[in-house]
Design a binder for this molecule. Structure first.
Ligand code: UD1
Length: 357
């Protein structure tokens, strides 16, 4: 048996293709930690992607980092010691990834890390801590791109490193033909418009920063749709910035996976701090401005598809970055879209697991 473990919105999405591919090797036991539980962040994705419910739901929910990780660690240990799977597959860099991987490694179960080898300069960012620890204790490291592969071969010579490409691309390609029209997602929406999301703790937990970025979005030249993650909703409410309309900005609740892709595809540009949306914009051919000082997805920046803009930048600078991304790519041939593979990552992860001793 293979245990496939996940718990946040992007992981539910990526697990959908992994679950199908891994099933060709035998029984797959799906464990959802429950780190995300709101409908739009969890159950809706199961429905949209046609995924069976998990075999086990750990109901970890929200808490401080220590408490959330500890709950996942303890509950995953209980489940994994009962199941004794052949391997434990974890994805990405969340507290769910860390908690499950740590429980598995302590039980001496081989850990497979999907999306291994990414790095940011900020060593103490929550996701950076998680991914470094998980890379260090995994037996099989499946990387999304060349730079991650090189890094893992240099840092973890004892692990098996396989460049699988990015499973997020597999999922996107599987739904590309059935994306809804943007105006059916946000009634009254007309092109050109911008699509924005903001959710990272580095932004939402610093009120002055969040206020400045939202203020900047409200004065952009184009109407901007901001799909609001629940944590951002709470932070905006505390700032008194949760009105549905603010200048050019319109706030809508967090949207489903298909709706998010549809809005990103139809947009003149995307403004985000999400790693997932940065790649999705790149695959969909929509220029992106990332509201961070750095990105783990540096290839998108090198290609020009993505432009970094630190959140402390002035509103005029953010507006300038958005304008320059739109002008730069208008009517131009799209960039090379294959730096994170071509949509066969889940198959490659599966073959690599099949080859494990
Ligand atoms: C988590 C991941 C982040 C990932 C993101 C994807 C960690 C440390 N962070 O961030 O890497 O990019 O998921 O979306 O694991 N909340 C709800 N409903 C929910 C879930 C959360 O309202 O269903 C609220 C709660 O107030 C909670 C806060 O959001 O305290 C933060 O949730 P949490 O799971 O800790 O982190 P995310 O910001 O979602």
């Amino acid at each position: 048996m293979i245990a496939l473990c996940y718990g946040t919105r992007p992981q539910v999405i990526k697990a959908s293709v992994l679950r199908r591919a891994l099933a060709t090797l035998g029984p797959v036991y799906a464990i959802d930690t429950g780190q995300h539980y709101d409908y739009a962040l969890n159950a809706l994705l199961y429905e949209q992607l046609g995924v069976a419910p998990p075999d086990l739901f750990l109901e970890a929910g929200s808490a401080s980092h220590a408490e959330q990780t500890a709950t996942i660690l303890t509950r995953a240990e209980a489940a994994l010691s009962r199941l004794r799977p052949r391997v434990v597959v974890v994805i990405g860099d969340t507290n769910s990834t860390l908690g499950v991987a740590l429980a598995a490694a302590k039980l001496r179960l081989p850990v497979v890390h999907v999306e291994a080898g990414l790095r940011a300069a900020d060593r103490l960012m929550a996701e950076e801590i998680n991914r470094r620890v998980v890379d260090a204790i995994a037996t099989l490291l499946c990387t999304p791109c060349e730079a991650a592969t090189r890094r893992m071969r240099a840092v973890h010579p004892d692990a098996t490193v396989v460049e699988s490409g990015d499973v997020a691309r597999d999922v996107l390609e599987s739904v590309r033909s059935r994306l809804p029209a943007p105006a059916s997602v946000v009634p009254g929406l007309v092109s050109p418009y911008l699509f924005a999301t903001l959710h990272r703790a580095e932004l939402t937990d610093i009120p002055a920063r969040l206020g400045a970025v939202v203020g900047a979005l409200a004065v952009l030249d184009l109407p901007t749709i901001l799909a609001v993650h629940p944590r951002t909703r709470a932070a905006l409410a505390a700032l008194g910035l949760d009105a549905e309309r603010q200048g050019a900005l319109r706030l809508v609740p967090a949207v489903g996976y298909l709706e998010s892709l549809a809005l990103a595809r139809g947009a003149a540009a995307v403004v985000t701090d999400s790693g997932g949306l940065q790649r999705e914009a790149y695959w969909l051919g929509t220029p992106c401005v990332t509201v961070r000082g750095e990105t783990e997805w540096e290839e998108t920046v090198a290609l020009g598809a993505n432009l970094l803009m630190p959140p402390e930048a002035a509103a005029a600078e953010l507006a300038g970055a958005v304008r320059s991304q739109i002008t730069r790519w208008q009517g131009r041939a799209p960039w090379n879209r294959t730096v994170y593979g071509e949509g066969h990552a889940a198959e490659k992860v599966t073959s690599a697991i099949a080859a494990m001793p």
